[in-house]
Design a protein around this ligand. Structure first.
Ligand code: UFG
Length: 331
């Protein structure tokens, strides 16, 4: 069985569906800190299958112990963690405690129960402000906020763990910018309050819940002056986790892969693509740069293609249509 921590969250829920569709047995653990219980029902509907669920926090070692005692777990896909960059600057200790200490608890419980396979959700944020693009996995890493530091610390812990005991089989996945939703329109990203990220914000403007999109900066050294990112469909990203599991099941070691499409789009290009794909207008205005943002970030995803046989298949139009199908108000 595969344990999915944070399995009710945005990427975890999509991955749970894909895993079950591919015939895996899964267990989901989530504390609903940034997700909803109803998502579990939707996962069951889409997968056509039930699964054990634990409402548990990874800081709760007794709960972890119970899960690992009750079930024969072969591998863990570890999504659980706090992920808001701004909040991590305001509450660093909370972020380190939850993300780093939580992962240490999980690794200790895994060790105790002889479970040595882990796929870990890292982020392209570990590259900081890259000197050039596209970014390969051997680029220097640099944390620019406590959230990014927590991801880097966990990567370091996993590397040290593997060096101490080569029985471990670990895959670190560095996500670029996941957007979009399940094509059924049932699962997607639904942040509480005013969204920080571009696509959830666009969707709220298109549906009339927010008046206008602020485009943060139009004077970056990019083709149209707005920030460029490597947006990747959440279903493609989820399928990357299946490939990662396959990879570590046949080959011990520690592997790090970029999960991106290899193509960058500017903020204005995303707005255009969204309007063309959905027929909805997205009113926007140019606003000052957002502190901490970089000009341009996109992956060289060829290592994941060559070593795991994974490649993103869905384009920006698919991402926009699926995000809108999930979010649009019922008519
Ligand atoms: N942007 C706007 N207006 C908005 C929101 C975003 O113009 O209202 C712009 C940003 O300036 C940036 C682009 O849209 O150029 C993408 O911004 P997001 O907030 O969607 O994504 P980021 O690239 O800033 O951050 C994301 C994740 C982080 C992760 C990082 C890794 O949110 O968790 O990618 O590169 F660390």
């Amino acid at each position: 069985m595969i344990l999915i921590t944070g399995g009710a969250g945005y990427i975890g829920s999509h991955t749970a569906v894909e895993l079950m569709m591919a015939g895996h047995e899964v267990i989901i653990m989530d504390n609903f800190s940034n997700s909803k219980p109803q998502t579990l029902e939707l996962i069951r509907t889409l997968a056509g299958k039930n699964f054990p669920f634990y409402e548990a926090d990874m800081l709760d070692t007794t709960a972890l112990e119970e899960i690992f005692t009750r079930h024969k777990i072969e591998a863990v896909i570890h999504f659980a963690g706090f992920k808001a960059v701004g909040e991590s600057v305001a509450q660093p200790v909370l972020y380190y405690h939850n993300n780093v200490a939580g992962t240490i608890n999980l690794l200790q419980t895994m060790s105790k129960h002889g479970v040595t396979q882990m796929v870990f959700s890292s982020s392209a944020t570990v590259y900081g402000n890259p000197q050039t693009v596209p970014i390969t996995e051997d680029f220097p890493v640099a944390a620019v906020n406590p959230y990014g530091s927590s991801k880097l610390m966990i990567e370091q812990i996993l590397n040290d763990l593997y060096n101490s005991d080569p029985q471990w089989r670990i895959c670190i996945l560095r996500y670029f910018n996941p957007i979009g939703a399940h094509p059924s329109g049932l699962l997607g990203e639904d942040p509480n309050g005013i969204p920080n990220n571009l696509m959830p914000y666009i969707v709220k403007v298109a549906s009339g819940q927010l008046p206008v999109l602020n485009v943060f900066g139009s004077d970056y050294p990019t083709a149209d002056g707005t920030g460029v990112r490597d947006y990747i469909h959440v279903v493609d990203l989820s399928l990357g986790h299946l490939k990662a599991l396959q990879k570590i099941s046949v080959e011990p070691g520690i592997h790090t892969y970029n999960l991106g499409t290899g193509r960058g789009y500017s903020v204005l290009e995303v707005i255009d693509a969204f309007e063309a794909a959905t027929g909805q207008k997205v009113p926007y205005q140019i606003a000052p740069r957002r502190p901490g943002d970089i000009a341009e970030c996109y992956a060289d995803p060829s290592k994941a293609r060559v070593e795991m046989g994974w490649q993103a298949a869905r384009n920006l139009t698919d991402m926009c249509m699926d995000a809108w199908r999930f979010a649009r108000p019922a008519v």
